[in-house]
Design a protein around this ligand. Structure first.
Ligand code: ADP
Ligand code: MG
Length: 305
C-alpha cells in the first residue's frame, strides 16, 4: 500500500479553523493568535524501549501524543496541533486503525489537530511526534525560576507507571499506557508557579533539573509523596524507588510561593496537588522522613545507560 493511501485512510481528518492548510501539501500553515508565542517540542517513542512490545496499538497512539502535550503543559502552554513522523516495519491495517484511533482520542480530548507528518518504512517501529502550542508573550514557565522558600508540588500520584511496568496486568498498567497530560493545570499555573517540569524520567531526576537550572537545592518530604494504595503495602524503600526513580508518570512538578499556592487553591483544579518539599539555598537534594534526614541514593531513567 502506498504511503499516500495510508495517510488518507488513517490520518487525514477535518482540521481546525486556524489551520489554513493541513495534511496534503509540502508544509502546514497555521495562523498564530495575535501576540502569542509558539511553544514547540518533540518526543520519540521506540518500540521495546519506550513501551513494552505487546502494548496495544491504541495505547501507543494515545501515549505518543500525551507525552508531547505533557511537555507543552510543563511550560504552561495551550496545546494546538501535532505532526507525526511514523516509521513502520510493515503495513498492518488492524494496527494502523487502532493506533490512529488512540492518537485521535488523545488529540480530541485536548482539542489538538494533526496537521502533518511523515510516513516511512524501517525495521523498528518508531513514532516521533512534534507538538505546537501557544502562550502569551513572556508567560512560559521554565525550569529556572525557583526561589528559596517556594513549595515543591506535584500533581496526581507518582510511581504508578513504574509499578505498572513491573506488574503488567495490574490496574496501574493503565497509568503507564494512558498517561494524562496535565494541560489544564499547566495553564492555570501561568503567573503563579516559579518553575515547572513534567515528570518523565522520575521525580528525583526531573526535580534536580529544576534545582540545577535555578542554582538552588531542596528538601523532599518522603512521608508526603502522593503514592497509590498498592505502593503503600510494599517495602517502604521499594515504594520510594518507584515514586522517585520510576519514569513515565507525566505529572507536573512545580515550585510556587506560599502566597501563590493559596491563590491557586481558589481555582477549580481537575487534579489533586501535594506539597512534597521546599526549595532551599544549599544545593543538592535532601530527603527527610518523619522529621529525620534520610540518606537515599536515587537514579532516574538514563537514556544511554
Ligand atoms: P513531502 O514528500 O513533501 O515531504 P509527504 O509525501 O511526505 O510530503 O507527505 C504528504 C502530506 O502528508 C504532507 O502534508 C505531510 O505532512 C502529510 N503526512 C505524511 N505522513 C503523515 C502522517 N503519518 N501523519 C500525518 N500527516 C502525514
Ligand atoms: Mg514536499
Amino acid at each position: 500500500m502506498a504511503e499516500f493511501s495510508i495517510i488518507d485512510q488513517y490520518f487525514k481528518r477535518p482540521s481546525k479553523p486556524d489551520v489554513s492548510l493541513g495534511i496534503g501539501d509540502d508544509s502546514a500553515i497555521v495562523t498564530p493568535p495575535p501576540s502569542q508565542q509558539l511553544v514547540i517540542c518533540t518526543d520519540t517513542l521506540v518500540a521495546g524501549r519506550h513501551f513494552p512490545l505487546d502494548t496495544s496499538a491504541h495505547a501507543i497512539g494515545w501515549k505518543s501524543v500525551a507525552v508531547n502535550l505533557s511537555d507543552l503543559a510543563a511550560m504552561g502552554a495551550k496545546p494546538h496541533s501535532i505532526l507525526l513522523a511514523l516509521s513502520l516495519p510493515t503495513v498492518d491495517h488492524d494496527w494502523l486503525a487502532e493506533f490512529s484511533r488512540g492518537l485521535f482520542d488523545c488529540c480530541d480530548r485536548f482539542g489538538v489537530a494533526l496537521i502533518g507528518g511523515d510516513t516511512t518504512q524501517s525495521t523498528q517501529l518508531t513514532i516521533s511526534v512534534t507538538a505546537l502550542g501557544w502562550i502569551e508573550h513572556g508567560q512560559a514557565i521554565t525550569r529556572s525560576g525557583a526561589q528559596v522558600g517556594d513549595y515543591i508540588c506535584v500533581s496526581g500520584q507518582i510511581g504508578d507507571a513504574a509499578y505498572g511496568l513491573q506488574h503488567l496486568g495490574h490496574p496501574l498498567q493503565q497509568r503507564l499506557d494512558y498517561p494524562t497530560p496535565r494541560c489544564h493545570l499547566g495553564q492555570q499555573l501561568k503567573g503563579l508557579a516559579s518553575s515547572m517540569i513534567d515528570i518523565s524520567d522520575g521525580l528525583a531526576q526531573d526535580l534536580s533539573h529544576i534545582l540545577k537550572a535555578s542554582k538552588l537545592g531542596a528538601k523532599l518530604l518522603l512521608d508526603q509523596l502522593p503514592i497509590d494504595e498498592s505502593l503503600k503495602s510494599i517495602d517502604l524503600r521499594q515504594a520510594w524507588h518507584y515514586a522517585l526513580a520510576g519514569g513515565d508518570d507525566y505529572e507536573l512538578c512545580f515550585t510556587i510561593s506560599p502566597q501563590n499556592y493559596e491563590k491557586l487553591l481558589r481555582q477549580h483544579l481537575d487534579v489533586p496537588l501535594t506539597i512534597i518539599g521546599e526549595i532551599a539555598q544549599q544545593t543538592g537534594l535532601l530527603f527527610e522522613y518523619m522529621g529525620e534526614i534520610c540518606p537515599l541514593d536515587v537514579h532516574g531513567y538514563q537514556h544511554f545507560a
